[in-house]
Design a protein around this ligand. Structure first.
Ligand code: HDE
Length: 690
């Protein structure tokens, strides 16, 4: 597919992008005559120190790696653009928000806990960071797919990260939160509970990176031309893909079968032209709105329920180009919360205040010095100049005579910019002290609100997640403390069910003063379903020994899917082609062992037949998809389909769709796939062996 080169950032990057060249040379430009044999004293003799060609090559190789990010090490990125759609000039003077304006950007989505090579599919927060190359400088919106965070004050961030990361003595577990240190920390620090509820919910196991929401988390300020400030929260809302998640068993299996699952899926979507898109929305927290809050809008462990401040879409992000080089773009991109532009400003959220420092600081060791903004992916597209000089890896040659301000030698240049950034002149008073505002004290009310907002199936998943995680905690007293002091203060049913699963008799210590909260429907993914099946993957399952497989059905179903921009693959035991019932040749795309049911959103069996039952792998394929509550369509003579379903003990529900032909089943198949999964099936699948 041709690459989109449609904006100022692409053009800037193109200038430093190099394709293959005809001739091999050293970094000094000298041609390389022999790149296979090192220089030796004789054919079987020692290698000479004089082999400057080999030394340069190995030396460069030895230094290829840079330190990985301390958190969010595993991530994947894409280029794209933001286009403003709504006039908010009364709120912000930032030029990026002028209606119709297109601004290039780079977005990186990451997991938090695991190292760079760890699996995509794990229970974790997803980082959601965007660098907008605006014509007033770079603006980095560094958010997550949860709207809340684990701690309230930046001073506790290193403790939280130490607790959630692999344990110091064993460096285990990788890409997982199910271990003693995290739950020890959680049980001793109740401010974590609201975010822990999100972590134990399906939000932490998204089926793809296009199926997540993003949140700026903190309250920021928007500043208009007059200098007025309005508090806002930033949200990224998927335009039409919804917010969908795996079954936990499926997620764990994918972690082993394809470490790169989410990365691959995003890459494929973009290559196929199925560009992931999000609306950037604002929650506008004007003075009237703030009066309605029974929590502090500066507390990052709290959401602003959409019932109190609805979402206003102000522009759209489209990710339409994969990076040309992972390291140069996705690895070297340096997001800094401190990268702010006129029209946007910080709030006093104490977590945000610490982040303003941390991101700049971490790039020094990660990217080797203070010149990281000169790296192509980080460089602004607008002109920039100042008197910062030298340092490791300086790219720019400043040919000025003066490198200080004020100066007269260079005619006073560069001069201060009258339109430059001005911090909002907030009036402050009070005592300098190490304190936490009393308005930050209520930790449990919103955790309970989250629980009460969940659909029944989401509650089941949360109970299972807590039970799973705590079952991996070795120290009994930590398990008990979580149950008795944390869960007991969120909800009795949650507490009792988790306690039962862990074999604990709860001795609840209820101490939390809670403010009753109405359920907030926007918290439940059951209210955030997709409105189409674009880019969904469907396995068309066949068995090469089955002489009744209809090629006509395969082609017709694949076409119906393609009409909806969904994708399909013909999956068989091997790649060997075989004869269809019509006498044509069926050529499978992938074998079952390499493309198991967990890689697909749904399954279609074109010819339900008894022969299929003789293939254990095919039976497992169907049962596994069934157990993960996926939609499965069967076509063929109704007696054969009924016999197959009976034999496999599949109960009829909205996701088991049968008919004679693809046309008979497709509408219902599409409808059920739009609804993502038949989660209610979970109640009946205990006996299914998969
Ligand atoms: Fe980060 N965080 N963070 N974080 N964070 C980093 O910066 C930090 C927090 C987030 O794709 C680091 O460049 C502190 C909240 C994302 O490159 C580091 C605190 C949110 C990414 C850092 C927080 C985030 C990071 C590590 C509490 C959501 C990946 C590497 C005061 C709003 C960015 C790096 C990328 C990365 C510090 C809390 C999101 C160490 C001190 C809250 C998406 O600087």
């Amino acid at each position: 597919m041709t690459k989109n080169n449609n904006n100022a950032k692409d053009e800037q990057l193109n200038k430093v992008t190099i394709g293959p060249s005809d001739v091999l040379s050293r970094n000094t430009g000298v041609g390389v005559k022999d790149d296979i044999n090192s220089l030796k004293s004789y054919s079987r003799g020692g290698t000479l120190l004089e082999d400057v060609f080999m030394i340069e090559k190995i030396n460069h190789f030895d230094h290829e790696r840079i330190p990985e990010r301390i958190v969010h090490a595993r991530g994947t990125g894409a280029r794209g653009y933001f286009q403003a759609t709504k006039d908010i000039s009364h709120l912000s003077k930032a030029s990026i928000f002028k209606v119709g304006k297109k601004t290039p950007l780079f977005t990186r989505i990451s997991t938090v806990q695991g190292p760079r090579g760890s699996t995509d599919c794990c229970r974790d927060v997803r980082g959601f960071a965007t660098k907008f190359y605006t014509d007033e400088g770079n603006w980095d919106l560094v958010g997550n797919n949860f709207p809340v965070f684990f701690v309230q004050d930046a001073i506790s961030f290193p403790d939280f990260v130490h607790a959630v990361k692999m344990e110091p003595n064993t460096e285990m577990p990788t890409a997982a939160s199910a271990h003693d240190t995290l739950w020890d920390f959680v049980s001793l620090k109740p401010e974590t509970v609201n975010t822990v509820m999100w972590l134990m919910s399906d939000r932490a196991i998204p089926i793809s990176l296009a199926h997540i929401q993003g949140f700026g988390v903190h309250t920021y300020r928007l500043i208009n031309e007059k200098g007025d400030s309005t508090f806002v929260k930033f949200h990224w809302r998927p335009v039409d893909s919804g917010t969908c998640s795996f079954a936990w068993d499926e997620c764990q299996k994918i972690a082993g079968k394809d470490t790169d699952y989410n990365r691959r899926r995003l890459h494929e979507d973009i290559e196929n032209g199925d560009y992931p898109t999000w609306d950037l929305c604002l929650q506008i927290l004007d003075d009237e709105t703030l009066k309605k809050f029974d929590f502090d809008h500066l507390d990052p462990t709290k959401i602003v329920p959409e019932e109190l401040a609805s979402l206003t879409p102000i522009g759209r992000m489209v990710l339409d180009r994969n990076p040309d080089n992972f390291f140069c773009e996705t690895e070297q991109v340096a997001f800094c919360v401190s990268h702010i532009i006129p029209g946007i400003d910080f709030s006093n959220d104490p977590l945000l205040q610490g982040r303003i420092f941390s991101y700049l600081d971490t790039q020094m060791s990660r990217l080797g010095g203070p010149n990281f903004n000169e790296l192509p992916i980080n460089k602004p597209v607008c002109p920039f100049s100042n008197n910062q000089r030298d340092g490791m890896h300086r790219h720019t040659i400043n040919n000025t005579k003066a490198n200080y301000f004020p100066n007269s030698i260079d005619d006073g240049k560069p001069k201060e910019d009258p339109k430059g950034f001005v911090s909002f002149p907030e009036k402050v008073e009070g005592l300098k002290a190490r304190v936490r505002s009393e308005t930050f004290n209520d930790h449990f009310s919103q955790a309970t609100q989250f629980w009460n907002s969940m659909a029944e199936y989401e509650k089941r998943h949360i109970v299972s997640a807590f039970t799973f995680e705590l079952s991996k905690v070795g120290r009994k007293y930590i398990r008990e403390r979580v149950v008795n002091e944390i869960l007991a203060n969120i909800d009795d049913t949650l507490c009792d069910q988790v306690a039962k699963g862990l074999g604990i008799k709860p001795q609840k210590k209820k101490h939390a003063q809670k403010i009753p909260q109405k359920p907030s429907p926007a918290l439940s993914q059951s209210n955030l379903l997709p409105n189409n099946i674009r880019a969904r993957r469907v396995a068309i399952l066949v068995d090469e020994h089955d002489s009744s497989v209809s090629d006509k059905n395969i082609k017709a179903f694949a076409q119906l899917l393609a009409n909806e921009k969904a994708r399909s693959k013909v999956i068989s035991s091997s790649l060997a082609s075989f004869k269809s019932i019509e006498g044509t040749e069926i050529v499978p795309d992938e074998p079952m062992v390499g493309s198991p049911s967990i890689f697909f959103d749904a399954v279609y069996v074109p010819s339900a037949s008894q022969e299929l039952l003789n293939n254990g792998d095919a039976v497992h394929y169907i049962l596994e998809a069934y157990k993960h509550c996926k939609v499965i369509a069967f076509t063929g003579p109704s007696a054969a389909t009924a016999a197959l379903l009976k034999h496999l003990k599949l109960k009829s529900d909205a996701g088991i769709i049968t008919g004679e032909t693809p046309a008979d089943v497709f509408d219902n198949f599409k409808l059920s796939l739009k609804n993502h999964r038949i989660w209610d099936r979970e109640k009946d699948i205990q006996s299914i062996p998969a």
